[in-house]
Design a protein around this ligand. Structure first.
Ligand code: NAP
Length: 273
């Protein structure tokens, strides 16, 4: 598995497993299956309510903690200093691990100054609860502001990113600051499968539209976290790391952007564009 270098000197496996809407025994099974196949990067969040099931999947797979990269996220309504510090205790209790590799602000919150939240996240780094920090759902202006006020380097901005929402300007803003984009809903929550153009490009590589989309994102040095439940989908997504698209194919997929935003968020705090 290829690793991406982060600006604080750490690295992250470029392909990970998303776990939004994975719950109960299915979540435990999918996480364990993914790890047994070779995944080493798991994305979760307090808001997903599945920390305990993710922990059970990790325990079931028996992969040593130091081989894993685990991300979780500070919820929208818990961004004051005391709330963030309390989350640190909950991370250890719920995920059954001393530390997470990455802690993100899940959504920007207009009611809490960024510097307060980032200072508290730095305290969690100092206490050994998180190794790195980042943001999610931050627009280009907010990325720049966050980068200025955070005492710890912001290593990634996790945003919706797929062929129908190719956020070129945001990608360029983040790249200029050495902040990596992590693509969420990377296979457009399944919508790429219905797109005849993606199916056609995939056919030339004996690949599905989902795999082709993942290959397109990997080629852009983007971190990718598709959610998959079945062993078949987990294996297919992992196999996408071996697909090499031509420059022409990549440019063609770039042109499929139609501003299709699939995830509805608390945009009243800050619009995404
Ligand atoms: N930071 C944020 O605000 C935020 C927001 C949204 C998502 N995320 C993160 O990003 C992750 C991924 O996004 P997502 O869950 O919204 O959507 P996604 O990964 O784009 O799509 C998931 C859907 O695609 C299907 N699928 C996966 N692999 C496939 C394959 N090879 N062939 C056909 N279908 C396949 C899955 O089916 P099965 O489950 O049946 O396999 C599921 O229905 C989330 O799980 C979460 O960790 C973060």
């Amino acid at each position: 598995m290829r690793h991406i270098r982060l600006r604080d000197g750490r690295t992250v496996p470029q392909l990970g497993l998303g776990t939004w809407e994975l719950t109960g025994k299915q979540c435990t099974a999918s996480v364990a299956d993914a790890l047994s196949m070779g995944y080493r990067h798991i994305d979760t969040a307090f808001a997903y309510g599945n920390h305990a099931q993710v922990a059970a999947g990790i325990a079931k797979a028996g992969v040593p903690r130091e081989e894993l990269f685990v991300t979780t996220k500070v919820p929208l309504g818990k961004q004051s200093r005391s709330q963030v510090l309390e989350l640190g205790t909950q991370i250890r209790d719920q995920l059954q691990m001393e530390y997470v590799d990455l802690l993100l602000i899940h959504w920007p919150n207009r009611k809490v100054p960024f510097d307060e939240t980032f200072a508290a996240m730095q305290e969690l780094i100092d206490r050994g609860v998180s190794r790195s920090i980042g943001i999610s759902n931050f627009n280009a202006d907010l990325v720049t502001r966050a980068n200025e006020v955070s005492p710890a380097p912001i290593v990634t901005n996790q945003v919706e990113f797929h062929p129908f929402l190719f956020q070129k300007k945001l990608l360029e803003t983040c790249e200029a600051l050495d902040i990596r984009i992590t693509a969420y809903s990377p296979i457009a929550r399944g919508e790429v499968l219905q797109d005849a153009r993606m199916v056609e490009i995939g056919r030339a590589h004996d690949a599905s539209a989902a795999q082709t989309t993942i290959a397109w994102l990997l080629a852009k040095e983007i971190i990718v976290i598709p959610k998959a439940t079945s062993r078949g989908h987990l294996a297919a997504n992992l196999a996408a790391v071996d697909i090499s698209l031509s420059t022409e194919e990549i440019s063609r997929i770039d042109s499929f952007d139609d501003h299709r935003r699939l995830v509805d968020g608390p945009w009243k705090h800050y619009p995404l564009e």
